[in-house]
Design a protein around this ligand. Structure first.
Ligand code: ZN
Length: 194
């Protein structure tokens, strides 16, 4: 899995990605969509890179699937990003013949640039573990207190949006995301458990 593929694909699709600290808010990301303009996804730069990547995929899911809100849209966007970042057939060989435990999840995290939690979902989707084994792993997450914050030593550097600085420079006098906000359709996403 190439490191920057996910973000590059989004930018190729005409989506502008920017980072913000959201003034200390715990919000993970927000999307602004205005007719005739590329969607703007702003990610919380204070969150770990695996969380930022998941959020970006989640927001992309909303952009491509939810022109109009649906009752299950949050779950659908989560499923979208899970499959986008960890395609079942691609990830399956990484679990084959191996014991899916915390050390394996920790080893795969920097390679796939996703959370250990995302890897549990992918392992289940790929048939490498069953529901009981997944539940056992979630208990291990709780015991080791990594459910909400995975080990910092496994953190990796976030991807830097490529299109934002260029666009910013080319639009003289048009300032930041605020120009999108008044007419925007904000889709705010708070922290999700796993
Ligand atoms: Zn959402």
């Amino acid at each position: 899995m190439a490191a920057d593929v996910a973000e590059a694909r989004r930018e190729d699709a005409g989506i502008v990605v920017a980072h913000s600290d959201f003034g200390g808010s715990s919000i993970s990301g927000v999307t602004f969509s205005v007719a005739g303009m590329p969607p703007l996804v702003v990610l919380n730069s204070t969150q770990p890179a695996d969380r930022m990547r998941f959020t970006l995929g989640h927001e992309l899911g909303h952009i491509v699937m939810h022109k109009f809100p649906t009752p299950d849209m949050e779950n659908e966007a989560d499923q979208f990003t899970s499959n986008f970042l960890l395609p079942t057939e691609d990830v399956k060989p990484y679990f084959a013949g191996r014991k899916v435990d915390l050390p394996l999840l920790a080893a795969l995290k920097p390679e796939w640039r996703v959370s250990m939690a995302s890897l549990v979902f992918a392992a289940k989707r790929a048939g490498a573990i069953n529901e009981g084994q997944a539940q056992y792993l979630w208990k291990q997450f709780s015991i080791h207190k990594i459910r909400l914050r995975e080990p910092p030593e496994l953190d990796f550097a976030p991807e830097v949006p490529a299109s934002w600085p260029a666009r910013k420079k080319s639009r003289d006098g048009v300032s930041t995301s605020r120009s999108y906000c008044p007419e925007g359709r904000p889709l705010a996403d708070g922290p999700r458990g796993a």
